[in-house]
Design a protein around this ligand. Structure first.
Ligand code: C5P
Length: 222
């Protein structure tokens, strides 16, 4: 499906996991195929947008007509996003960014000499919150993957991170999310009176869900 609902708009989208090095051969990461972010990039491009996709390590082909910037760590993702965000009308933080990274990256492979080991961690930059806090912030959309109290945590994030919209899903349901082709989401946004509105997006392909999210955002922007 192609349309012109996002014609002339520049979107910056993060997708996939990040990897946080422990030593030259090991890293911390999380479950994320990148599919939802890539589906959003594909759908936005088909709706006429100019799309920059900042992708963590994932095995997905670059959608046609999309500019892709590959990164590995959260800090690299933050730097890449900040480098292109001035141009953006809409930012979508869809990446599963690692919340923490090892405080020190060992120069050499750590040996298994001890029965127990401890890795000190430090908090990563919150890319989504950083974008939303910019003086000239674009329309900012976040994602919330939760295992419980989905609606509660999503609305809390909408307010706390000062987002325009948040799409939340229940990742305890193994039929959707993560590596699945499908998703089902609860969408929350703030209307012109700052009142929170919501819409349930029934289980559908990630590409259909992506279209519905972008259509709602386009409506709010126009
Ligand atoms: O707080 P939480 O990590 O659950 O928020 C999820 C949302 O924040 C997602 O949109 C994710 O892409 C974004 N995020 C981010 N940078 C982080 C952590 C999360 O952009 N360090």
């Amino acid at each position: 499906v192609t349309s012109n609902e996002l014609a002339g708009k520049h979107l910056v989208i993060t997708a996939g996991p990040t990897r946080e090095a422990i030593d030259p051969v090991r890293y911390l990461s999380n479950h994320s195929s990148g599919r939802m972010g890539f589906a959003l990039a594909t759908a936005a491009q088909r709706m006429g947008a100019h799309v920059t996709l900042v992708a963590g390590p994932c095995q997905l082909p670059t959608p046609a007509g999309v500019t892709r910037i590959d990164v590995v760590s959260a800090e690299q993702m933050n730097t890449a996003v900040m480098g292109v965000i001035a141009e953006a009308d809409i930012f979508i933080g869809c990446a599963a960014v690692a919340d923490y990274r090892p405080t020190h990256v060992a120069d050499n492979k750590i040996k298994k000499d001890n029965d127990a080991m401890h890795i000190a961690l430090v908090k990563n930059p919150d890319i989504l919150a950083n974008v939303a806090a910019l003086a000239k912030a674009p329309f900012t959309i976040g994602f919330a993957a939760e295992t419980n109290d989905v609606a509660h945590y999503a609305q809390d994030k909408l307010q706390r991170k000062k987002l325009n919209m948040i799409a939340a899903n229940d990742v305890s349901d193994t039929n959707i999310g993560f590596n699945s082709e499908d998703n089902a989401m609860l969408l929350f946004w703030r209307d012109t009176n700052n009142t929170v509105q919501q819409q349930a997006l029934a289980r559908a392909s990630k590409s259909a869900i992506a279209q519905q999210i972008l259509q709602q955002a386009a409506k709010l922007l126009s």
